[in-house]
Design a binder for this molecule. Structure first.
Ligand code: URP
Ligand code: ZN
Length: 467
């Protein structure tokens, strides 16, 4: 019987091998990895000569159309955001549901699935656990028993990964609630994903910055969120996770000190602790925060000095850090300008949904810091495994035919004009990647061909995840 599709003459990259192969696809699934000489009949043939053939990238930390405490939305909606993702080689994203006051998590999930109806790639949702009286702004309160009780429901509905914040007024969970939630997450065999910064300490540091000259100085964004407060929060989370038995992924690790806490936990034999970092912490230093337009590079945790970047690459290579996600949270220049005179009012977050695979190839693989196998591991395979995307992340028979044909010799300028976020600037302006995603398949169907999006709004499906 002929295959639906055959991808010929490419170089397949998996977590443990790089080899010439023809990839056969049937019914939206990978059917076989064949030798380059094996050319069975197929309905369609794509020539991948000179290209790497990878499992579609999985970005398990994005914020599309996210409402902030200041009442503004992150700049990309599901249409622009997932289109940009697809054009960068991403075939699945995991975003967030966050219940409004008086809303159940299931109501929030239904609203969010409706919001995502135009997605062009597959998508899932982490469940945010926050003080349920004042989720957007307001003072920190407690997480109710009702909300903790919803953890099982959320897991059953396909959202078994739970975000908690240790910082941000209105979202910050107290230690008691972190621990209560972790116990409930352990009971459903879920995964906790924690924004680990010590919110009380960084608030005290920010409150002490008062003069107009200090408030306009972008470097104070990083000085008021020092590495040690991040590492403290990471340590507290890991200890609580150990006590509760829950699996925990520390989101967006930005510095050596915080990464070393994860390394220490893994070194003690803990198998329930994982670490994520993001491209911005691997390619940008805190020099960006000395610029007059520093606010375009403000995210939390903040950018760090070069020594931290070097350490994070090493920790990625050795597996201390498991995954790289974009934490895509774009704001337009006008939105960022809300904090023009006061860094504390800048909406935190940077774009990155489209550039992650290209940047990690350029600054990781080509720079000799990680291998091709590591690249696939941290961008596709481990994110899929860690977040319960059971049919994604591997170039192997039986898995969804989410496939990237990556041309290593296709230079791409990372200017706003070349990228597809709904932004009027690029944080990567002036940077070039030597290679880029040429074609992208979603469940066996081409959604990007020769660098152009050829899919349709609504191609994406909700991913009911489980462990
Ligand atoms: O600065 C960041 N990371 N913004 C996105 C929201 C979050 O904290 O993950
Ligand atoms: Zn985030």
């Amino acid at each position: 019987m002929p295959f639906d599709l055959l991808i010929t003459q490419g170089t397949a990259v998996t977590t443990d091998a790089v080899f010439r192969a023809n990839v056969a696809v049937n019914g939206g699934k990978i059917a076989a990895l064949l030798s380059p000489q094996d050319m069975p009949a197929a309905g369609q043939v794509i020539d991948a000569a000179g290209c790497y053939v990878l499992p579609g990238a999985v970005d398990a930390h994005v914020h599309l159309h996210m409402l902030t405490a200041a009442g503004i939305y992150s700049a990309d909606d599901w249409c622009t955001g997932t289109r940009a993702a697809a054009l960068g080689g991403v075939t699945s994203v995991v975003d967030f549901i966050q219940a409004l006051p008086g809303q159940t998590l299931m109501e929030a999930l239904h609203e969010r699935v409706d919001d995502a109806r135009d997605a062009v790639i597959d998508y899932g949702f982490h469940t945010t656990i926050h003080p349920d009286e004042a989720p957007i702004g307001g003072v920190n309160k407690r997480v109710s028993d009702y909300r903790i009780g919803e953890i099982r429901q959320a897991a059953d509905a396909g959202c078994p990964t739970f975000k908690m914040y240790q910082a941000y007024s209105g979202l910050q969970v107290q230690d008691a609630d972190l621990f209560r939630a972790l116990r409930a997450i352990a009971e459903v065999n879920g995964l906790a994903c924690v924004h680990a910064e010590n919110g009380d300490v960084l608030q005290a540091l920010r409150d002490a910055v008062t003069s107009p000259a200090e408030l306009v100085n972008g470097l104070n964004h990083a000085r008021t969120r020092p590495a040690i407060q991040e590492a403290e929060a990471v340590n507290r989370t890991i200890m609580c996770a150990e006590l509760s038995g829950a699996r925990v992924l520390i989101f967006h690790i930005s510095c050596d000190l915080a990464g070393s806490v994860v390394a220490g936990a893994k070194g003690r034999g803990l198998t329930n602790v994982f670490g994520e970092t993001c491209p911005q912490y691997l390619v940008f230093t805190d020099d960006k925060l000395a610029r007059p337009d520093a606010r375009l590079w403000m995210c939390a945790p903040p950018l760090r000095p070069q020594a931290d970047l070097d350490a994070l690459w090493r920790k990625l290579k050795t597996g201390v850090l498991d995954v790289v996600s974009s934490d895509h949270c774009p704001f337009t220049r006008a939105q960022k300008d809300l904090g023009a005179g006061d860094f504390r009012r800048v909406p935190n977050g940077m774009p990155g949904i489209e550039t992650r695979l290209g940047l990690l190839y350029e600054y990781g693989v080509r720079a000799g810091k990680i291998s091709l196998n590591d690249w696939v591991r941290v961008c596709s395979t481990r994110p899929a495994e860690l977040h319960g995307l059971r049919s994604k992340g591997r170039l192997a028979p039986g898995y969804d035919a989410d496939i990237v044909i990556f041309d290593p010799d296709s230079p791409r300028e990372l200017s706003a004009a070349q990228l597809h976020s709904a932004l009027d600037y690029s944080v990567c302006d002036g940077m070039t990647c030597a290679g880029w995603a040429r074609d992208v398949l979603l469940r066996g169907r081409a959604i990007v061909q020769n660098g152009r999006h050829t899919g349709r709004a609504g191609d994406g499906q909700f991913l009911k995840r489980s462990f």
